[in-house]
Design a protein around this ligand. Structure first.
Ligand SMILES: [Zn+2]
Length: 291
């Protein structure tokens, strides 16, 4: 399969660049959740940046969870990614279609809201979990992540992320780029980045989605460090939901058994698992064994 992420260094190794053609991943999310355009853009942007943060993790099995809630009509956006390039996520209301007045531009900031937070949790194997939270700046996602990287991780960062939705609601183009300034960078490097005048990345990829070409256009001295592949992937299973049932109080399990069965839907992939009377009895016997 063709890789859709480039990780590169440029500006005399003073900058690290993560460039992601996220079209297929976001289209997969759109189909799974039946996303309307503004929900698609908001969730798609968050998924793409979370996926790149997953790739930034040094050890395998480290998982990054991003939660965004700005008090807007879309509700909570939650995305999870790992270092293997797997990402999944959902938003409270998948059926939001709002544009800025008189324009075709999807009103992501309005849908997300600005009265809230962006929270990042890293589940680090063998180490303590790390959680950090910043106030939302614009709710447009890219600015909010840039603010998070600069404040919480103390890395001056540019985040460019966008999703272009077609008239038939499918994803026409989608991309994300993170540019980190590394220690030792100069004033010259900052001026160079300021003068890039980045065009919306989804428009760039709508015309030409060749990652190598775009990287060279922005940074003629760029050197590729790695190429990776990111995909939408949900790792849910019947066993996992069965284990979740174990955490319910006995009273609730008894009620479910009386109702004959329970359907539990995975929020990340919309797959439904049915547990019948016999399953619940099994869970209850485990639960009583557990005390
Ligand atoms: Zn699932």
């Amino acid at each position: 399969m063709k890789n859709n992420v480039l990780i590169a260094t440029a500006l005399n190794e003073h900058a690290r660049i993560y460039l992601f053609n996220s079209k297929e991943m976001v289209e997969e999310a759109r189909k799974l959740h039946d996303l309307w355009p503004t929900s698609c853009a908001a969730l798609g942007r968050t998924l793409a940046v979370t996926a790149l943060m997953g790739l930034m993790q040094k050890d395998d099995n480290e998982v990054v969870t991003v939660t965004i809630n700005g008090g807007g009509p879309i509700g909570t956006i939650l995305c999870v990614a790992n270092s293997a390039g797997e990402v999944k996520g959902f938003c409270g209301d998948p059926k939001i279609y709002m544009t800025y007045d008189g324009m075709h531009k999807l009103a992501v900031g309005k849908a997300v809201g600005t009265n809230g937070y962006l929270k990042v949790t890293k589940n680090l194997k063998l180490k303590q979990n790390y959680t950090s939270q910043v106030d939302l700046q614009s709710g447009e996602i890219g600015d909010d992540f840039a603010y998070y990287f600069s404040v919480s991780e103390q890395v001056p960062t540019i985040v460019s992320v966008g999703v272009l939705v077609d008239t038939d609601s499918t994803v026409r183009s989608s991309g994300a780029m993170i540019i980190e300034l590394l220690p030792g960078h100069s004033e010259e490097d900052i001026v160079y980045l300021e003068n890039l005048h980045l065009k919306p990345i989804s428009s760039v990829f709508a015309e030409n989605d060749d990652l190598h070409a775009y990287l060279k256009e922005l940074f003629p001295d760029a050197e590729i460090l790695e190429e990776k592949n990111v995909k939408y992937h949900c790792d849910c299973s019947r066993e996992r939901f069965m284990r979740n049932l174990l955490t319910l109080p006995k009273k609730d399990l008894e009620e479910i058994a009386e109702d004959d069965h329970i359907d539990i839907k995975c929020e990340f992939c919309d797959k439904t698992y049915r547990f019948d009377k016999e399953d619940i009895k099994k869970v209850m016997s485990y639960a009583s064994y557990k005390g």
